[in-house]
Design a protein around this ligand. Structure first.
Ligand code: HEM
Length: 493
């Protein structure tokens, strides 16, 4: 007799209460369900199929091994119009081909070549701050990330075109990820809503109707206007790149615009636009959310921040300069960011929709359900991280233990793991190394163990009201450099 597929236990809460639990206070809700139902449980939201959340290692290992043909990514519940030919929504061969196009743009050589520009961008931001200024970390990192994205996607650092891209990208993202758009997604179904938005966009793009980019009576008007205008700029750039066909160009838009499918044809312009916009959104709110939690830990633990500063100053002494590649590989800094992503990951889980009944660990999960490794609960499992699992202790990453891909997974895993993880890590490490070296911040979190409530913003878990830091001191760029006055301070730092 063959076993019958069956869903793991579910809470008694009605569907709307479950939706509320995920929307506000998702971490507490995950912990409550784990306490009451065990490491694997089923949640069901209004209008959606069952979602099976798990922190069970056997099950997560099997989820990471799922083959392309076992899952259907087109069901991803994102209400944003990224274009239906975006990596995130693609399946099987189309999905693999899409990753093959994008991944080389993030290889080590190309990333290292981008590190000095990332450092220049961080330096420009720090130099523009004033003592006493209040900065909200998600927005501050969001601005730095937009500068980095303008450079990595379009090879633009300054000038009118860069400013225009930045304006359109920043504002389109705000509109596309607003609570209103997510609410419409919840009411009409995320897939239906984004496909409907995409039709509106394509109709306007065809007629060259970018609109005025202002809010109108219809709540989605501004999002569609801004996307048409953004896509127009990207289209112009694609055409220029294809006229030049310069093999030496390494910025992402050029790499994607020149890529060919397996029949030797260039990708359609809409496909290139879709991939480009996906990379833009993939790296933005995720980095902002990750940085926000990291900033809180460093405020709570000035001893850790001081140790990062000492490590950076030592690297400067060894290399004779601030070498952004060397700095982004420093072991203690790396450990500190890992530890922050462990305890406060920006993504609570990642999702796979099952096409058929599938055996995962000891559960046979029915077709049509989605399964989500719960990153948050896995990272807080004492069986993996030991009895001090709830303590922020970066040293655990330097004690020689290697964690499995199923144990530490802030960037997801398997065939759909984040393509931008190395770029994200490099950018965050360079930024936080420079903050530790040059800037003293204060905030309500300093020397406390206060943790704000988490809230879902654009699919990411962020501190509910942002993280406000006040700039207390800014040291000069030369601080800690060999043969400068700062070098003397280094010795005693
Ligand atoms: C700290 C920053 C980031 C975090 C925490 C993060 C996290 C994630 C997670 C959890 C996933 C889902 C993986 C899965 O389903 O297994 C993902 C997918 C993805 N991320 Fe990131 N990400 C970050 C930065 C970036 C950056 C900088 C880019 C690009 C520039 C990017 C591009 C993507 C893309 C394209 C996917 C979809 C991959 C696919 O479906 O094959 N991400 N990311």
């Amino acid at each position: 007799m063959t076993a019958k597929a069956k869903l793991p236990p579910a809470p008694k809460d009605p569907k709307y209460r479950q939706a509320l639990g995920l929307g506000i206070g998702i971490w507490d809700y995950m912990e409550k369900n784990q306490r009451e139902l065990g490491d694997t449980f089923t949640l069901t939201l209004p209008g959606q199929g069952p979602m099976v959340w798990t922190s069970n290692q056997d099950m997560i290992k099997d989820i990471l091994k799922l083959q392309e043909e076992q899952v259907d990514a087109s069901l991803v519940q994102l209400p944003m119009d990224l274009g239906e030919h975006n990596t995130v929504f693609l399946n099987e061969k189309e999905h693999q081909d899409s990753r093959k196009i994008v991944i080389p743009a993030f290889n080590t050589t190309r990333l290292r070549a981008r590190a000095p520009a990332m450092h220049d961008i961080v330096t420009e931001h720090i130099n523009s701050w004033k003592v006493g200024q209040k900065l909200n970390v998600p927005r501050m990192i969001g601005d730095i990330t937009l500068d980095v994205i303008c450079y990595t996607l379009f090879n633009l650092r300054h000038g009118e075109r860069k400013d225009r891209y930045q304006y359109l990208m920043g504002n389109w993202m705000l509109e596309a990820t607003s609570d209103t758009m997510f609410t419409f997604g919840a009411i009409f179904g995320a897939k239906n809503f984004r496909q409907w938005l995409n039709k509106k966009y394509l109709a306007r793009a065809d007629k060259n109707q970018g609109g005025n980019g202002k809010k109108g009576i219809l709540p989605w008007k501004r999002a569609v206007d801004l996307k048409v205008q953004l896509a127009d700029m990207i289209r112009e750039d694609i055409r220029d790149i294809r006229r030049r066909m310069d093999e030496s160009e390494t910025h992402l838009l050029s790499v994607i615009a020149r890529a060919k499918d397996d029949k030797g044809n260039l990708l359609s312009e809409e496909r290139v636009i879709s991939e480009t916009i996906g990379l833009l959104i993939g790296g933005h709110e995720t980095s902002a959310a990750t940085a926000s939690w990291f900033a809180i830990w460093l405020q709570q633990r000035p001893d850790v921040n001081d140790k990062i500063r000492r490590e950076v100053l030592e690297s400067i002494q060894n290399e004779g300069k601030f070498d952004p590649v060397k700095v982004s590989e420093l072991p203690y800094l790396t450990a500190c960011l890992n530890e922050s992503q462990r305890l406060t990951p920006s993504a609570v889980g990642f999702i796979r929709w099952l096409r058929q009944d599938t055996q995962l660990g000891s559960h046979l999960i029915p077709a049509g359900s989605s399964v989500l490794p719960c990153i948050y609960l896995t990272h807080r499992d004492p069986a993996i991280f030991g009895p001090d699992v709830l303590e922020y202790r970066p040293e655990r990453w330097m004690e020689g233990k290697k964690y499995l891909p199923s144990e530490f997974l802030p960037f997801g895993g398997g065939r759909r793991a984040c393509v931008g993880l190395n770029q994200a890590r490099q950018q965050l490490r360079i930024a936080f190394a420079e903050f530790a070296r040059r800037v003293e911040f204060t905030s309500e979190y300093q020397h406390s163990n206060k943790m704000p409530r988490s809230r879902m913003i654009g699919g990411q878990t962020e501190p509910e009201k942002g993280v406000w830091l006040t700039v207390k001191q800014i040291r000069p760029e030369s601080y800690g450099m060999p043969d400068t006055v700062g070098a003397a301070e280094t010795a005693t730092a």
